[in-house]
Design a protein around this ligand. Structure first.
Ligand code: ADP
Length: 247
């Protein structure tokens, strides 16, 4: 009937719009990727050219240049590792392997790995553990990856004297984890976008970030059927919260 034809056309147009939107997203992503890689490469090239031109004779200054080159290379390596991780997560090629664990032990192990980092920044990590063991069937590697990304950010975006507080609980078949920091916070206009790939609030406030950490965390949470969200006030700190279904 006529109605059906009109309906068909409307659907086709909608599909094209969606295709166009996806194409724009893809293009934007690759532009951002190129930018992320080109910036450190340009500074590595500039610094190595300066060194080979013998225009710096002061050994301390030469040493400083070499250190900065090394740190740019480290940053690139980390970036590539994060791209690999994101691509694995998005393509679903990372198998979910669950195991029975105590939630408190898993959180404590994650904190342990970041404790030295928090100590050097003079930040306190507080974990108010429940006295009762929370047994859950969960993918421990994914869980640690999500929590690590949130904790790394909490430490990165908090100035001393500050703290990072972790709260966990299990409610029926859902494990809930929150990470609250007393850091710089995120303005409301950015909050809706920070889980996007490569999105950074302000590239000047932290040049070492890739803008991929939260995108990876979001995908890891979603592929397990969970939720992740954030509440933040600029200048007052942020709370990231995620929930995962557990058995
Ligand atoms: P990055 O590698 O830049 O930290 P993320 O994807 O982990 O990338 O985070 C995206 C952006 O969200 C960051 O650039 C930062 O501006 C903001 N952000 C993330 N976590 C926090 C936090 N705990 N406090 C303040 N800002 C945060």
């Amino acid at each position: 009937t006529d109605n059906n034809e009109i309906y068909g056309i409307a659907v086709a147009i909608e599909d094209l719009t969606e295709l166009k939107r996806l194409e724009t997203v893809r293009q934007e992503f690759f532009n951002n990727v190129s930018h992320e890689i080109r910036t450190p490469l340009a500074s590595i090239k500039a610094m190595s050219e300066t060194l080979t031109s013998d225009s710096i004779s002061n050994p301390a200054e030469q040493h400083d240049f070499l250190n900065r080159i090394t740190s740019e290379v480290d940053h690139l390596t980390e970036l590539i590792e994060e791209f690999r991780m994101l691509s694995n997560v998005e393509s679903g090629s990372l198998p979910v392997t669950t195991r029975e664990v105590t939630l408190q032990n898993l959180v404590a192990a994650t904190i342990n790995r970041l404790q030295a980092h928090a100590d050097t920044k003079n930040l306190q990590i507080i974990y108010a553990e429940e006295s009762e063991d929370l047994y859950v069937e969960i993918d421990p590697i994914r869980f640690q990856q999500i929590l690590t990304n949130l904790l790394e950010n909490a430490i990165k975006y908090t100035e001393p004297p500050g703290s990072v507080t972790i709260i966990t609980n299990v409610n029926g078949k859902t494990a809930n984890v929150s990470v609250t920091d007393t850091g710089i916070g995120i303005a409301s206009e950015h909050v809706t976008r920070i889980f996007e790939r490569l999105y950074k609030v302000d590239s000047s406030r932290n040049s070492s970030g890739s803008g991929l950490g939260l995108a990876i965390a979001k995908h890891l949470v979603h592929t397990q059927g969970g939720h992740i969200s954030v509440e933040s006030r600029l200048g007052h700190g942020s709370t990231f919260q995620f929930s995962l279904p557990v058995l």
